[in-house]
Design a binder for this molecule. Structure first.
Ligand SMILES: [Zn+2]
Length: 162
């Protein structure tokens, strides 16, 4: 039996219409990837999602997960958070929010503080007009706090002083 002829799992009409508006078809694999991404309250990598989706759709490949994530990002249903080293994590939360990134473990978490749409104007009220003069129109901004969790420092748990 052709696996693609199996009925699609129940998904919101929002997923179908957002994908179709961006020129993508809703497939069983894409629905499963989106489902797992929404259930993951951390910010999983493609490999993390592959392991989760494989439980539901055993035949899925890592390449299909990557393509599904491309479709979800292009449709505005997910955001790709790229680290300086090029590794990417994914976020299905669609409201504006800030992140923190642990530089030792790579963990990305949401920051529990309200999003301020006027933050850039507070930093520099002239910046928006200056950039507009250059022909650049600001449509938003992203803020990521970087640092590390104490627990992620090797040896910090043992208190070794050597
Ligand atoms: Zn997030």
């Amino acid at each position: 039996m052709d696996p693609s002829s199996q009925p699609e799992p129940e998904v919101g009409a929002d997923l179908r219409s957002a994908l179709e508006a961006a020129g993508w078809r809703l497939t069983r694999q894409r629905a499963a990837v989106y489902d797992q991404l929404r259930q993951a309250h951390y910010h999983p990598s493609a490999e993390d999602l592959y392991r989760r989706v494989k439980v539901v759709v055993p035949s899925i490949s890592l390449a299909t997960v990557y393509k599904a994530l491309d479709a979800l990002v292009a449709s505005g249903l997910a955001t790709r958070l790229v680290a300086a080293n090029g590794s990417a994590r994914y976020d299905a939360r669609s409201d504006h929010h800030y992140h923190l990134r642990c530089l030792r473990s790579g963990v990305v978490e949401d920051v529990p503080t309200p999003f301020d749409p006027d933050l850039i104007a507070k930093i520099d009220p002239d910046l928006g007009p200056k950039l507009a003069d250059k022909g650049f129109h600001v449509t938003g901004y992203r803020l990521e706090l970087i640092g590390f969790f104490e627990e992620s420092i090797p040896g910090s748990e043992t208190g070794e002083t050597s």
